[in-house]
Design a binder for this molecule. Structure first.
Ligand code: HPA
Length: 278
């Protein structure tokens, strides 16, 4: 089990992907739970199953396919992760960051990250996307960062700035695209928790009180690694369920996957619209 990725391990993975493609990817895209269908939109696609990439963390979760889909979308070369790995699956934080390191090694300068999330903000409805304007790093704050361990100077500094984790210009583009397509696009702060249990009612009241709008079990590690390597990041949460703030309902993975069906067409419009403006 890899605790701290080395530059050589990253290079090995990146070389394996590079040997399968002819063009440099511009944008990396990570598809969250129930959102994998978006990858079907990629043209002239090359598929690379995660099992065929050295050191790659393979996802075990239902609703996550496990492959890279690399090709063209709206004039951009995209490298899409159809399925991602989560920390709760047992991989080290450093390894959760490997896919983003590979994107950086291949030359991608931007990352679009998506996830399924619970709506903590009581005005949010399932089926509506949220533009991530900032995140709360509840996994990393207490020491569990994907950047823990020897710094990889080839990618970025020991102490990277995170003050504008989500690119302001990309956020503006996303707002414009949403308006053009009449898509309700909420905005807010995403909190990344380790999971895999959903939150208790007390957890959710705490998250609401500290300014969280949506909660999930991913994205924060990938954005942290992306910013360390100076990628510009755009993030969308697909709100799949209302957070159970009064303890009256239960949250299930099935409901998360079902909401994906409603969210995929909206996220596809948003991502296509953003890509053709980059
Ligand atoms: N909590 C945490 N993660 C999630 C949720 C939730 O309510 N919904 C989808 N992912």
């Amino acid at each position: 089990m890899i605790d701290f990725l080395t530059y050589e391990q990253i290079k090995e993975a990146a070389d394996a992907v590079r040997s399968r493609i002819t063009k440099t990817p511009d944008v990396g895209i990570i598809l969250g739970s129930g959102l994998g269908e978006l990858a079907e939109a990629v043209n002239d696609a090359v598929f690379v199953p995660y099992q065929e990439i050295p050191n790659w963390p393979v996802s075990t979760v239902e609703g996550h396919q496990g492959r890279l889909v690399i090709g063209e979308l709206e004039g951009q070369q995209v490298l899409v992760m159809q399925g991602r790995t989560h920390y709760y699956e047992g991989y080290s934080m450093s390894l959760i960051g490997l896919p983003v390191r590979v994107m950086q090694s291949l030359g991608a300068g931007s990352l679009i990250v998506t996830n399924a999330a619970g709506g903590v903000n009581p005005t949010f409805n399932p089926g509506d996307p949220m533009l991530i304007t900032d995140h709360l790093n509840l996994m990393g704050m207490a020491g569990n960062s994907p950047l823990r361990g020897p710094n990889l100077d080839q990618f970025g500094p020991r102490f990277p700035d995170m003050s504008q984790a989500y690119d302001l210009e990309y956020c503006d583009i996303a707002r414009q695209v949403a308006a053009e397509h009449n898509i309700i696009l909420n905005e807010g702060v995403y909190a990344g928790l380790a999971g895999p249990s959903f939150e208790t009612t007390a957890d959710l009241k705490f998250l609401l009180a500290i300014g969280v709008d949506a909660v999930g079990m991913s994205t924060v590690p990938e954005t942290t690694v992306a910013r360390h390597g100076n990628m510009r990041v755009l993030g969308f949460s697909g709100i799949s369920n209302k957070a159970n703030l009064d303890g009256s309902t239960i949250t299930t993975h099935e409901e998360v996957l079902e909401a994906g069906q409603v969210l995929v067409p909206k996220l596809e419009k948003l991502i296509r619209g953003v890509l053709c403006r980059l």
